[in-house]
Design a protein around this ligand. Structure first.
Ligand code: SF4
Length: 502
C-alpha cells in the first residue's frame, strides 16, 4: 500500500513559481510506516495513473479551479482499486461532490495536518468513513513540510506558512470562512526552522504564504483600549510581539534571502512594522487594493482601505520602506464604469506599484458574493452540458464559460476586453523596464523583466482569455520563460547553515 498525493491541474508548465505547500505538509502528516508518499504536482507534469495499484491511497487536494481535473484523476485511480481521498477548500465546501463526481472513497473537510494519519489507518483497516470533519487545527499542530521530497530544480520560490486565518470579512474572499476569523499563528522556531532548511537546499526566495501577514492593526489595538478590554488588548499585543520576534529572527538569516507575503494596506500606517519588514528582507507584498474608489471599496466590504490620492500615498509608503507592492485590483464591481479601467491603470503607475494583477469580480464558492449570485442564477435555471451554471466548475473545460458577477451597466465581454487592455498597458515592455529600476544589477533587472512577462502570460492570458488558441500560446510562452527564470532565482545550497538562536 503506497500513498500518492496529487495536486491536479489541467495546465502544466514544467516549472512552477511557488511550491504547493499542502502537498509537502500532507507528506509530513503521512506516518513513516507508509514509506515516503509519491508526490505529484500537475502544474509541472500530469499524473500517470497507470502506476496506481489496488489498495494504494490517492490523496487529491482541490480548489474550485482544479476540481474537475481532480475528479478525473480520482475516478481513474478508484477504477484501479485505490482508496481515493479528497481534501482542500473545495472539498470542504462541497463534501458530497467528490463522491458524486470523483470516485471518492472519503472526503476530509478542514485542515488535514492531524487527521490524515487516522484516515490512512482507516484505509489500512478497511474502515474508511465517507466524511471526516477535521475542523481547524491549533497552530502548535501545524506541521513543517517534508521539503526533502521536493523534486530538484523545478520551483522558483519555496513557501512557508506563518499563520492561517484573517480577521477581515471581504465579500469576494472565502479565507475568513474557511481558515477562520481568528488568526492562528505558528511559533517563531517552527517557521525559522523551515526557512533555514529551505535555504540549505538553495532556495533564497521564500513566500510567506499567509492569508494576511498583518493580523493586528493599530486600529485593533486602539479599539481594545477604548473598550477597556484588557484581555483582548493583551492577546493582540502578544500576537503583535510574536510578529516582531519572527521578523527579528528572519533578519539574522543570510542576507541574500528575500521574502514575499500578503498583507492588508493598513500595515502602511504602522511604520514600526514596516521597518521590521524591511530589516527582515520582506521585499514584496501582495496588497489587496481592489478598487480605487470609495464606492468600489464599499461594494466589497473593504472600506478599511483608502481611495484616490490617499491610496497613492499609502502604497508609496510601502515602497519607501523597501517593500515592493504587487497591487491586486478587481474590475466589474457594481459601481465601476468604463472610466474605472483607465483610472485604475493610471493610479497603479502613479502609486509606483511594482507588479499588479487585474482580476474580474468572480463569485467564488464559499464567499458572500457567491451566495448572492447563486440565489439569482438559480431563478434562471440555466444549464450547459446538463450542468447548472451555479456549478460551472463541473462543466467540461472546452465548453465552460468564464463566470463573472453580472454588472448593472457593462457586459462581461466589455469588462473582459477592458481588463485585458489594462494588463497590456501595465505590462508593456517600456513600462516594465522603467519599473525594473527597483533592482540595481543587470542580472536583477533581467530577472525582473522575465518575471513580469511570465506573470502576465501565466495569469492574464491563461486566466482571462476565452480563446483557446491564446491560452495554448500563452502556456507555451510561459514554459519557455519559466526555465531561465528559475535559474535566476536559484542560489548555491548552504548545507551547513544553522538556525539563528532565539
Ligand atoms: S481578501 Fe484579504 S483581507 Fe479580505 S478577508 Fe480575504 S484574506 Fe482577509
Amino acid at each position: 500500500m503506497r500513498v500518492f498525493l496529487v495536486n491536479p491541474s489541467h495546465v502544466s508548465f514544467g516549472i512552477a513559481v511557488i511550491t504547493p505547500r499542502w502537498l509537502y505538509v500532507l507528506a509530513a502528516a503521512t506516518p513513516r510506516s507508509w514509506g515516503d508518499p509519491i508526490v505529484c504536482d500537475e502544474t509541472l507534469e500530469l499524473f500517470d495513473p497507470s502506476i496506481v495499484e489496488p489498495g494504494d491511497v490517492v490523496g487529491i487536494g482541490i480548489h474550485t479551479g482544479n476540481a474537475l481535473r481532480g475528479y478525473e484523476v480520482g475516478r481513474v485511480a478508484r477504477s484501479r482499486g485505490a482508496h481515493v481521498v479528497y481534501g482542500g477548500i473545495h472539498a470542504t465546501l462541497f463534501p458530497d461532490e467528490p463522491h458524486e463526481n470523483g470516485g471518492a472513497s472519503a472526503v476530509v473537510c478542514g485542515d488535514g495536518d492531524v487527521i490524515w494519519a487516522s484516515v490512512l489507518d482507516d484505509c489500512r483497516s478497511g474502515q474508511l468513513k465517507r466524511q471526516y470533519d477535521a475542523g481547524r487545527v491549533p497552530p502548535d499542530q501545524f506541521l513543517p513540510a517534508r521539503w526533502d521530497l521536493l523534486p530538484a530544480a523545478r520551483y522558483m520560490w519555496a513557501s512557508v506558512q506563518t499563520l492561517r486565518g484573517c480577521p477581515k470579512h471581504c465579500s469576494f474572499c472565502s479565507v475568513w470562512r474557511t481558515d477562520g476569523n481568528a488568526p492562528r499563528q505558528r511559533s517563531v522556531d517552527d517557521v525559522v526552522g523551515e526557512v533555514v532548511e529551505l535555504r540549505r537546499m538553495g532556495f533564497r526566495f521564500i513566500a510567506l504564504a499567509d492569508d494576511n501577514f498583518y493580523p493586528v492593526t493599530l486600529a485593533d489595538l486602539a479599539q481594545a483600549e477604548r473598550r477597556q478590554n484588557p484581555e483582548r488588548l493583551h492577546a493582540l499585543e502578544a500576537m503583535r510581539a510574536e510578529r516582531f520576534a519572527l521578523m527579528e529572527r528572519l533578519s539574522r538569516l543570510p542576507n541574500d534571502m528575500v521574502f514575499y507575503t500578503q498583507i492588508t494596506m493598513e500595515a502602511a500606517e504602522d511604520v514600526e512594522f514596516l521597518k521590521a519588514m524591511e530589516r527582515a528582507r520582506i521585499r514584496g507584498a501582495l496588497v489587496g487594493v481592489e478598487s480605487v474608489t470609495p464606492e468600489g471599496l464599499k461594494d466589497v466590504y473593504k472600506d478599511f482601505n483608502l481611495a484616490g490620492d490617499e491610496l497613492v500615498t499609502r502604497l508609496q509608503t510601502f515602497e519607501q520602506h523597501g517593500v515592493h507592492v504587487l497591487g491586486s485590483f478587481i474590475f466589474g464591481l457594481p459601481s465601476d464604469n468604463p472610466q474605472t479601467f483607465d483610472a485604475t491603470a493610471a493610479l497603479a503607475e502613479r502609486a509606483r506599484v511594482t507588479f499588479a494583477q487585474f482580476v474580474m469580480l468572480t463569485p467564488f464558492p464559499g464567499t458572500v458574493d457567491f451566495e448572492r449570485w447563486e440565489r439569482e442564477m438559480a431563478k434562471e435555471g440555466r444549464q450547459i452540458d446538463g450542468v447548472p451554471i451555479t456549478r460551472h466548475w463541473l462543466i467540461p473545460q472546452a465548453s465552460r464559460p468564464k463566470v463573472y458577477t453580472p454588472h448593472p451597466v457593462m457586459s462581461a465581454d466589455e469588462i473582459r476586453r477592458r481588463t485585458q487592455g489594462v494588463w497590456d498597458q501595465f505590462y508593456r515592455l517600456g513600462a516594465i523596464w522603467k519599473r525594473a529600476r527597483v533592482v540595481r544589477s543587470l542580472r536583477g533587472r533581467l530577472a525582473f523583466v522575465l518575471v513580469s512577462k511570465l506573470y502576465r502570460q501565466m495569469y492574464a492570458n491563461t486566466g482571462i482569455a476565452t480563446d483557446s488558441a491564446r491560452v495554448a500560446r500563452s502556456t507555451q510562452i510561459a514554459r519557455l520563460i519559466a526555465r531561465p527564470c528559475r535559474r535566476l532565482f536559484a542560489a548555491a545550497p548552504m548545507p551547513d547553515l544553522q538556525v539563528p538562536p532565539a
